[in-house]
Structures are given as C-alpha cells and as structure tokens.
Design a protein around this ligand. Structure first.
Ligand code: CO8
Length: 254
C-alpha cells in the first residue's frame, strides 16, 4: 500500500506513504492514488480532499529507478506520466498539505491541488535538469502561472529550492504553518470547504482554474454560466434564505 486514506465527516485525507523511497511517485502509487480518489470524487458525501506526505517528505518526485530503465520510445508510446492528468482532473477541491521536500513531480503534484498549505520546514523545487530530464507533469506551466516566468525560469533552470517563507511570498502556497499544526490546519480548512454545497465548490474551483486557460471575457462567461447553474439547486435557495432568516444554512447537496 502506497497511500492511506482516512475520512473525517466530509473530508478525505490521503497520505502518501512510501518512506523507503521518500514518497517517490511511481506508477503503482499513481494507480493506487487515482483508483482511491475517483469514486470518492463522485461521492456526494465527500466535500474536500487533503493530500499529504510525512513530516519530512511530501514527495521526492518521479521514481528515478523506474524512469532509469526507459527509452524515448518507451515513454513516448506509453505517454508516460499522462496518468497524472487524472489526478489534476478530479473535481472535488483538493488541498496539498506539504511538509518537507516537494521536489520535481512532488512539487508538480502539489500544484495540481487547488490550495497548498506549507509547513515551515517545506522545501519546493524542480531539480529535474540535474538528472538530465525536465519537469514532466505540468511544472513548467503551473509554476509559471503561479509565480511568474522570471521566478519559474530561475527555479527550473537552476534547480534551486524554495523554502516555505519564500514560497509564500512568491504566491506558490496559501498558508505557512508550524509543521506540527499542518494537518490540523489543512483539515480545518477542508472542513470549511466541505461544509459548502459540493456543486458550488466544484464550479467555483473550475471557474478559478479557467483563469489559467482562457482570456478574461471567456473566463467571465464561464463564471456567469456556472453562477446561473447554481440557481437550479435547492442549496442555493437554502443558502440565501438562511441568510435572510438569520440562521445557519442546512445544505443537502442538491
Ligand atoms: N525516486 C526513487 N527513489 C528515491 C527518490 C526518487 N525520486 N528520492 C529518494 N529516493 C530513494 C533513494 O534512492 C534512497 O533509496 P535507498 O535507501 O534504496 O538508497 C531513499 O529514497 C532515501 O533517499 P536519500 O538517502 O536521498 O534521502 P534523504 O532524506 O537524504 O534526501 C531527498 C531526501 C532530498 C528528497 C533526496 O532523496 C532527493 O534529492 N531525491 C531526489 C529528488 C529529485 O531529484 N526529484 C526529481 C525527480 S525527476 C521528476 O520528478 C521528473 C518529473 C516528471 C514527472 C513526475 C511524475 C510523477
């Protein structure tokens, strides 16, 4: 088993646990992760995912041993790493709770999540050039959008690491917390997200994601249509009514 899963009410916490390889992201881990999360993604009883590692390592990137045996044809014909797109495509909001190293594919995996919370010992980096390869699951694109081309180019071309404070200043992470508070903080935020109607959180995160993909006009149109769609839900009526009646909303997920 390369991942463990724990459910608290509407929050599912997935922990990468391959300590002997510093949570290197091999095909078995990918398969287990995606097969675990896919049914939960569709489960109306699940409102947010938290993805975490250990206190020392979030993930040390692609499994270098697994990559070492492969030729160009192997990776090209197999479209190696394309399976990670299935993780990015999960629609339930995901929070990466990163302590320790998030390097290469580990940093890229964190960036596939909607929020990154960093422990004060977190270290982010894209060191792939040192291995004669380059980022391969979205790092060149997501890092550039998050922190801008000058900083992304610096990290990708030098392979140097970013500590948590700098990652926060550069906008890679949303919060920095003491390592021993990381999971509690991530789960508490996840519980807030999971307390909202799932469809509304899914559409809101998709709309924010659109900003990475399209121009403002098309993005605003996407937002408007998603906004309109929520008027077809009971939860929208309940949320507005609860405010006006000065009471707590009771969402039903429809
Ligand atoms: N792959 C395979 N095994 C690894 C990896 C890895 N990425 N990282 C560590 N290990 C193994 C080591 O080989 C070692 O195994 P063994 O005990 O059998 O010798 C064991 O884990 C412990 O490693 P260390 O002794 O190095 O542990 P430290 O705690 O001293 O250091 C570090 C931890 C800093 C994380 C260090 O292990 C390290 O630098 N690892 C490599 C980081 C790296 O270069 N990552 C980039 C990989 S390339 C990549 O991600 C390409 C992206 C493309 C897409 C990715 C899709 C998933």
């Amino acid at each position: 088993m390369r991942v463990t899963v724990e459910k608290d009410d509407r929050v599912v916490t997935v922990r990468l646990c391959r300590p002997e390889a510093r949570n290197a992201l091999d095909t078995a881990l990918l398969t287990e992760l995606v097969e675990t999360l896919r049914p939960l993604d569709r489960d109306p009883g699940v409102g947010c995912f938290v993805l975490t590692g250990s206190d020392e390592v979030f993930a040390a990137g692609a499994d270098i041993r697994e990559m070492a045996g492969k030729s160009f044809l192997d990776v090209a014909l197999d479209d190696h790493f394309a399976g990670w797109d299935a993780f990015a495509a999960l629609r339930t909001p995901k929070i990466a709770a990163v302590a320790g190293y998030a390097l290469g594919g580990g940093c890229e995996l964190a960036m596939m999540c909607d929020l990154i919370f960093a422990a004060d010992n977190a270290r982010f980096g894209q060191p792939e050039l040192r291995l004669g390869v380059m980022p391969g699951i979205g790092g060149t694109q997501r890092l550039t959008r998050l922190i801008g081309p000058a900083r992304a180019m610096d990290l990708v071309l030098t392979g140097r690491q970013l500590d948590a404070a700098q990652a926060y200043r550069w906008g890679l992470v949303s919060r920095v917390v003491p390592t021993d508070r990381l999971l509690a903080e991530a789960k508490a935020a996840a519980a807030v997200v999971a307390g909202y109607p799932k469809l509304a959180t899914m559409l809101a995160r998709e709309a924010v994601r659109q900003a990475e993909e399209v121009g403002v006009q098309a993005g605003v149109l996407f937002e408007r249509r998603a906004f309109h769609a929520l008027f077809a839900t009971e939860d929208q009526r309940e949320g507005l009514a609860a405010f006006l009646e000065k009471r707590q909303a009771r969402f039903v997920g429809r």
